[in-house]
Design a protein around this ligand. Structure first.
Ligand code: NAD
Length: 511
């Protein structure tokens, strides 16, 4: 038995359902059969039947029923269940983080970090369960009181992307749960096993608390299942994470039925490097930002906008740093860069570099698909640094691969215009020790992104802040701060404790 097989056993995946004929995990759908291969070594992890319409209906009905009971639980009691989920995740951290790494391809450290993020959001949600505050207002009418309350929405639909196979679900589900909602989750078809592992971990917590499984249901499927969800009026809120193409489709479908949506879509993130930057710090931030998760984070650094006075120096340092990167199995902690998710992603990488050259750009390093026994999945590529212009079509679009474009600027205004001069608006950063430059970048005339950092790279957000971006990134906010409000409906209450009925605005209506 391989290590991975015992890992799946420890996560209880072999017990979720009887083993399928060829794979290790089965799923009760009747839809198309889907094979889940690891990008690490190409091995088959599991075989799944996608959900068919009947299973979708059964799952949604289970969620609706769970919601009717759950909404009656006091919010702090809901928080107690989420606390237990956090404990269960703590216990499973090593195994779950390893599976995230093996199924998605990110480094083991990042896989463990992803599970830690889930634990952190559980802790956050537990505290939040006692802080779902509404305001009170003074009424203009005598002996009247006005206040607002926040009530749960119902069943929240969560559609997630492959690159954060579990953390993004938890940002949504743990907050939605303390708010009193049930959740129906469609994970990425590229990372179904981690979703099943989560379902198994939750099952035990739900059973212990005599709660129905429909509180956190998982439904496996391709985009078709996501489309059903987007169109379904029984899902008052759809939180969708993925490409801008997906977000436009989901946004239109949910908008057409006047539902609510949280859209967390693609980024095109830049770091501005001013003459006052600490280059040692920059190097760490920029290299991790560009090659971490093999460039497959929505917040990955895609553009480095460097002042002309230090452009050549930064370029040389970056190319030298890339030469030291070790590419290989992400479970081996000696490696810095793991595989891309699949062959399609490798094709997108090679095509992007071809297009860059056609547009007049120059490749400084990378542009190689690695071969050999260690790279048997054929998903490993060399991270690339390129000289480019911001207006190139390829620079304007998000390629989900480790490709970094170097751009040159003369004035800070020009740098900010370049940084903002793309359709996406997720994450941005400036490296400077000059307070005026930093404040200008953070001001209303500065970065137009949802995330703007100083002396920190573009990736690696903490759960305490609201996460999301503007423009084609979709405008949604998840995780910390007051993002919880999107998972609830606001009700304004006016209560008359007098014995007359005065009308607002002094209107008289006597008869
Ligand atoms: P994707 O858009 O291909 O798929 C994401 C999810 O949407 C999957 O579950 C997929 O099945 C589903 N889907 C696809 N088309 C759909 C449709 N028309 N209707 C309903 N559902 C549909 O994205 P991906 O390749 O899995 O992930 C990479 C993308 O996700 C990148 O663009 C990345 O920037 C983005 N992303 C954004 C954030 C963020 O918070 N802004 C976080 C992670 C990833």
């Amino acid at each position: 038995m391989t290590d991975i097989q015992s890992l799946l056993q420890r996560l209880g995946l072999d017990r979720v359902l009887p083993a399928a004929s060829t794979g290790l995990i089965a799923y009760p759908g009747q839809g198309a059969l889907h094979q889940d291969h690891s990008p690490v070594d190409g091995a088959l992890i599991a075989e799944f039947h996608y959900a068919d319409a009947a299973l979708y209906e059964r799952s949604l009905a289970a969620c609706q029923e769970a919601f009717l009971a759950w909404r009656q639980w006091p919010a702090p009691k809901r928080g107690e269940v989420v606390r237990q989920i956090g404990e269960a995740l703590r216990a499973a951290k090593q195994d779950l983080g390893t599976l995230v790494s093996y199924e998605m391809g990110k480094s083991l450290q990042e896989g463990l970090g992803e599970v830690q993020e889930m634990i952190d959001i559980c802790d956050f949600a537990v505290g939040l369960s006692r802080q779902l505050y509404g305001l009170t207002m003074h009424s203009e009418r005598p002996e009247h009181r006005m206040y607002e309350q926040w009530h749960p929405l119902g069943v929240v639909g969560i559609i997630s992307a492959f690159n954060f196979p579990v953390a993004v679900w938890s940002w949504n589900a743990m907050i939605a749960a303390v708010c009193g909602n049930a959740c129906l989750w469609k994970p990425s078809e590229k990372t179904p096993a981690t979703a099943m592992a989560i379902q198994h971990i939750l099952k035990e917590v739900l059973q212990r608390n005599a709660l129905p499984e429909g509180l956190f249901a998982v439904i496996q499927g391709s985009r078709e299942v996501g489309e059903w969800m987007a169109q379904d009026e029984r899902l008052p809120l759809i939180s969708a994470t993925g490409s801008t193409r997906m977000g436009k489709a989901v946004g239109q479908a949910v908008g057409a039925r006047l539902g609510k949506s949280i859209l967390e879509l693609g980024g095109n993130n830049a770091i501005i490097v001013t003459p006052h930057a600490n280059l040692d710090m920059l190097l760490r931030g920029a290299v991790f930002g560009a090659v971490g998760t093999a460039g497959q984070r929505c917040t990955s650094t895609r553009r480095l906008i460097v002042h002309e006075s230090l452009y050549e120096e930064v370029k040389a340092k970056m190319v030298k740093a890339y030469a030291q990167l070790r590419i290989g199995n992400p479970l081996d902690e000696a490696n810095h860069v793991g595989p891309l998710i699949d062959q399609d992603a490798v094709t997108a990488y090679t095509q992007a570099l071809q297009n860059l050259q056609k547009e007049g750009g120059r490749i400084l390093c990378g542009n190689r698909v690695l071969e050999g026994p260690e790279y048997s999945s054929r998903c490993y590529v060399e991270p690339s640094i390129c000289e480019a212009e911001n207006h190139f079509q390829i620079v304007q679009s998000e390629t989900f691969a480790p490709i970094l474009y170097l751009l040159k600027y003369k004035s800070l205004d020009e740098a900010i215009a370049l940084q903002n001069g793309v359709k996406q608006g997720l994450s941005s950063a400036i490296f400077t020790s000059d307070m005026r430059e930093a404040e200008r970048f953070l001001s209303a005339q500065g970065s137009d992104c949802g995330i703007a950092n100083v002396n920190i790279g573009t990736s690696g957000a903490e759960i305490g802040g609201a996460f999301g971006g503007e423009k084609e990134t979709g405008g949604g906010r998840e995780s910390g701060s007051d993002s919880w409000k999107a998972y609830m409906r606001r009700q304004t209450n006016t209560l008359n404790f007098g014995s007359s009925l005065p009308l607002a605005q002094g209107i008289s209506f006597d008869f």
